[in-house]
Design a binder for this molecule. Structure first.
Ligand SMILES: NC(=O)c1ccc[n+]([C@@H]2O[C@H](COP(=O)([O-])OP(=O)(O)OC[C@H]3O[C@@H](n4cnc5c(N)ncnc54)[C@H](OP(=O)(O)O)[C@@H]3O)[C@@H](O)[C@H]2O)c1
Length: 249
């Protein structure tokens, strides 16, 4: 397994929730973390403070990743802020709005495709183009429901399925210098606007009959970024939920 000490990582959407957990976990392993955020400046500063209090290194980088120009520029800005090339890229930033198929608008589809597909693509290309990159690691955050049909979140679902396809396409095209893998969470944290009962009510739908914790995601991510011979892989961290259900009902 590769040692992470002295490496540098860019984690998008790292101010809160799973992005925060991954940023803190990488910093604990000795990784300098570029904490990207969009609107959550205060929370991002708290992540930076937590990392620095524990003896680690973190820098902050704000960008709206629904904006092509800002997405295209992010890796260059992150490298300048970190003062050295990136070794790890975690494409985590995400939106999760309800919209069914018959009401799906071009605006919602374009926004989701931008944040979940174009942004990871442009960040990955810029990441791979760095001069001094030795053996880079990219992790794309999917959703275990890419295996079935999330009827309530159609633009999200379509764009995460695109990111799943991109994971394998990038794994082929960026090899041998960069490994590209994905983590597909299931029930881990309740979506915005829902409490813990959301997870408790759905836990029984998983073969393992429970919901997961951010630490489950962290462990899968750490395993992948330290692996030396895995690329193009998706790890479902979902209590087995991806094996259930049918694509079209
Ligand atoms: N939570 C789960 O149980 C679960 C389940 C399945 C899949 N996932 C996947 O795992 C990843 C993390 O999940 P999460 O629930 O922790 O994510 P989240 O809270 O929904 O979003 C993470 C961050 O994305 C950032 N973001 C949103 N729009 C952005 C934009 N236009 N530009 C830049 N950043 C933007 C936000 O940053 P700011 O707050 O700074 O604005 C937000 O804090 C996501 O990719 C998600 O799809 C999570």
């Amino acid at each position: 397994m590769t040692q992470l000490n002295h490496k540098t990582a860019l984690v998008t959407g790292a101010a809160k929730r799973l992005g925060r957990a991954m940023a803190l976990a990488l910093a604990e392993q000795g990784v300098q973390v570029v904490v990207h955020y969009h609107t959550s400046e205060q929370e991002a500063r708290a992540v930076q403070a937590d990392i620095e209090q524990a003896g680690g290194h973190a820098v902050l980088c704000q960008a709206d990743l629904s904006d092509t120009g800002q997405a295209d520029a992010l890796v260059g800005r992150a490298v300048a802020l970190a003062g050295r090339p990136l070794d790890i890229l975690i494409n985590n930033a995400s939106i999760f709005d309800e919209q069914v198929l018959l009401e799906t608008t071009s605006e919602a589809l374009a926004l989701n495709m931008q944040v979940h597909a174009y942004t990871p693509l442009t960040l990955s290309r810029a990441f791979a183009a760095q001069d001094r990159l030795v053996c880079g690691q990219i992790i794309n955050m999917l959703d275990s429901r890419v295996q079935d049909y999330d009827k309530l979140h159609v633009p999200y679902h379509l764009s995460k399925r695109s990111l799943m396809a991109l994971t394998r396409m990038l794994a082929m095209d960026l090899a041998p210098r960069v490994a590209v893998n994905a983590v597909a969470p299931g029930l881990i944290l309740a979506p915005a606007g829902h409490g813990q009962e959301y997870l408790e009510n759905l836990a029984h739908t998983n073969p393992l009959n429970r919901y997961g914790a951010p630490q489950d995601i962290v462990e899968a991510m750490l395993f992948l970024v330290q692996s030396e011979f895995i690329t193009g892989q998706v790890i479902y961290v979902d209590g087995g939920r991806h094996m259930k259900g049918h694509m079209y009902g």
